[in-house]
Unconditional design. Structure first.
Length: 284
């Protein structure tokens, strides 16, 4: 039941809002009383209120009806536990005694040392710049080999052509390895390459290779270069002794087993992280 807010009726008598299916009874002096749902008892109340012509009498009747209603039951209130009483796995307990203030001089020395150590990563930047110079040298050698291959393509044999192409592949793989080391090493150990963040031709692997991925790409490139070297030796097998071939194969197998070992260690590390996450979720 609600009374329209008309001519200054107090809020405890005037109810706000409307509901579907309500009935409105007009009383004396233009006062609207809404009843819902339309039950027989409320029909009787509506008829009773409709016969009242005095505003003061209507106000007193409505007030008596509202005072006769039972008080609503309060919601159960449970006090939250203090943070220092929570289990250790939910949050760290708050120390009951505050830490003593630190010496400002010691704090300043510590802050300066940490800033110096953090800035020492920029000592690696000249090394990566030197790798760019090495990349330029690899490019020069590549084009020298390419010019030699093209200039002797008519007079050379098929074996010489294969050796020339393998040499170019060897240099190309080495250049790719240098690029991976420059980009991944700089982003992992020095700073983010901000200028390449929104570049359209940004390589997809940039920003996604961590130290573990850098190791795998490094050993993968070394194995590929070693395999190309073995293939070159196979085309010139008459120039090498059996002992030389044996040690070259052993060196290639060493690189290959090192790559398998790196991959196995990375797999163990990822499995350990997954098991730790599962254990943590079960504890929660």
């Amino acid at each position: 039941m609600a009374v329209g807010q008309h001519d200054g009726f107090p809020p405890e008598v005037c109810g706000g809002g409307e509901r579907g299916g309500s009935r409105t009874t007009r009383t004396g002096e233009g006062i609207a009383v809404s009843l819902w749902p339309a039950s027989p008892e409320e029909d009787e109340v509506a008829g009773y209120l409709g016969g009242i012509r005095s505003r003061a009498l209507l106000y007193s009747k409505l007030r008596g009806l509202t005072e006769s209603l039972p008080d609503p039951k309060p919601l159960p209130h449970k006090s939250l536990p203090r943070r220092d009483h929570l289990p250790h796995r939910i949050g760290r307990s708050v120390p009951t005694t505050p830490h003593p203030p630190r010496n400002p001089t010691v704090s300043a020395i510590e802050h300066g040392a940490e800033r110096f150590l953090f800035a020492s990563r920029w000592l690696l930047a000249p090394l990566y710049i030197g790798m760019v110079v090495a990349l330029i040298a690899i490019g020069i050698k590549f084009f020298q080999e390419l010019w030699h291959l093209i200039s002797h393509v008519v007079s050379s044999s098929a074996d010489d052509l294969v050796l020339g192409v393998l040499a170019l592949l060897d240099l190309a793989l080495l250049a790719n390895l240098v690029i991976i080391v420059i980009f991944a090493g700089y982003e992992n150990f020095v700073s983010k390459i901000v200028v390449a963040r929104d570049a359209e031709d940004r390589p997809t692997w940039m920003g996604h290779i961590d130290f573990s991925g850098l190791k795998m790409k490094l050993i993968g490139s070394i194995v590929a270069i070693s395999a190309i070297g073995l293939l070159q030796d196979f085309t010139e097998i008459g120039n090498f002794t059996a002992e030389d071939q044996f040690w070259r194969i052993m060196l290639h197998l060493t690189f290959l087993l090192s790559g398998v070992g790196f991959a196995f260690m990375d797999w163990l590390g990822e499995k350990r992280l997954i098991l730790a996450k599962i254990s943590h979720s079960e504890d929660d």
